[in-house]
Design a protein around this ligand. Structure first.
Ligand code: ATP
Ligand code: MG
Length: 406
């Protein structure tokens, strides 16, 4: 593996400016790892011997992103680059250690505090790669391995246990044996890690090209320490198709499919998942095993129960899920009918019905239960017979219904 790392011009400018002022500076961590793997890094983190105050003094436009941990974001060309002072302490997640940070002037010490060998490499365009912990050979052997003693590292910060599984899922790597033993042994420490951080790692595992690696959480005895109801998930029957698009709600739904929508909500709420995702997952878990309908009427009825996007995602979900009530031929047919219904502009939402509550009020109805019933019956009619969605036709029907319900 050769170090072919192309640092973007703005990051290069930051490094060279720091160097000119007499400080060391390197790109470090994820961007080095990803570059060596031939992937385009999402962001370029810089590590430096300069203190946060010195970084701020050198660059005009900065943001105090994580100044307490030594991180300053330097703004260049509309983008932010995180510049972090060499430090010794990690921000420990286990609730026992103080969240203190000790700065240092030695790159080696900064690299030693990092979690995995593949994440503990630094690079400078003049000096080349700094790889003190066999990061390159672990990349080549496709292996997740702690920097130093695995037991100590997981004891310092139990979140690293999930990070190990997360990187193994994202990269398709194995976990080195000592790291694997320690991960299992220290799983109980995860009980003290914040639910948000746990959720973020689980989400990254599920969104990865290897979502099935989530099973490791169960096989390694980690699940009971993640949240109260997490270990109730039936991991044995779980199957997540890697072709299922890597969207958060789709992957979480695939993971929670075999429970009830209420189970799914409970698990996600415990993990502090955002409302939109919780609702999207609940909808998919509720609907995946209900036939969407292979005739237009049933299909319109199903479509009327959710937004356009939700319906599209339900069809995607079904496409990549086993044990659904439809065959793949039927799913194709449903796809065609859906296009037809949409192209024709059939009404599948109360919002586009040609008669509204306001119209009913004009016809003499008062807002309330009866009005809801009339609207409901009219909507059912329109879903059955889309040609009924004309104002005059619905007015006639409404007159009959008003008599029936009042
Ligand atoms: P991603 O692509 O997910 O951002 P990353 O490697 O950049 O991957 P980050 O969580 O952004 O991961 O962290 C940046 C770097 O900081 C890591 O590469 C690693 O060197 C170090 N790091 C992050 N979290 C920890 C931790 N909990 N313990 C030790 N080092 C960590
Ligand atoms: Mg990162």
């Amino acid at each position: 593996m050769t170090a072919d790392i192309r640092i973007p011009p703005q990051a290069l400018y930051i490094i060279e400016t720091l160097n000119q002022k007499g400080f060391e500076a390197y790109v470090v961590g994820g961007c080095v790892r990803d570059s060596l793997l031939g992937k385009t890094p999402q962001d370029w983190d810089i590590t430096t011997s300069a203190s946060p105050q010195e970084v701020k003094a050198i660059f005009g436009r900065t943001i105090d992103t994580g100044i307490a941990h030594g991180t300053v974001t330097v703004m260049r060309g509309g983008e932010g680059y995180e510049v972090t002072t060499y430090r010794i302490d990690g921000e420990y997640e286990d609730g026992r250690h103080p969240k203190s940070v000790v700065f240092t002037t030695k790159l080696a010490e900064d690299l030693r505090r990092r979690d995995f060998t593949i994440n503990a490499m630094a690079y400078h365009h003049g000096e080349g790669l700094v790889d003190l912990f066999h990061g390159i050979s672990d990349l080549e052997e496709r292996r997740i391995c702690c920097v130093g003693n695995a037991m100590d590292r997981f004891r310092e910060d139990a979140l690293r246990i999930l990070r190990a599984i997360r990187f193994s899922a994202q990269l398709g790597f194995d976990i080195e044996s000592e790291t694997a033993v320690a991960l299992k042994a220290l799983a109980p420490n995860l009980a003290r890690v914040s639910k948000e951080r746990i959720q973020m790692e689980l989400t990254k595992i599920l969104e990865s090209p290897n979502p099935g690696h989530i099973k490791m959480v169960f096989s390694q005895g980690i699940a009971p320490f993640l949240s109260e109801s997490f270990s109730g998930i039936h991991a044995e029957t779980m199957f997540i198709d890697r072709e299922l698009p890597g969207l958060r709600h789709l992957r979480w739904a695939a993971f929670l499919l075999h429970g009830t929508p209420e189970d799914a909500e409970k698990i996600l709420r415990e993990l502090k998942m955002d409302n939109d995702t919780v609702n999207a997952v609940k909808l998919l878990v509720r609907w995946w095993k209900i036939p969407a309908g292979t005739d237009e009427q049933t299909l319109r009825k199903t479509m009327s129960q959710m937004t356009k996007e939700e319906f599209d995602h339900l069809l995607i979900m079904k496409r990549f899920t086993r044990e659904i009530p439809e065959s793949h031929e039927e799913l194709d047919r449903i796809g065609e009918l859906t296009c037809l219904i949409r192209d024709r502009g059939d009404c599948v939402s109360l919002k586009t019905m040609a008669l509204t509550g306001r119209d009913l009020i004009e016809m003499g109805m008062k807002p309330g239960r009866a009005m809801g019933q009339v609207l409901g019956e009219l909507f059912d009619l329109v879903l059955q017979y889309p040609e009924m969605n004309k104002r005059e036709k619905l007015e006639k029907e409404a007159e009959k219904l008003i008599k029936k319900f009042t």
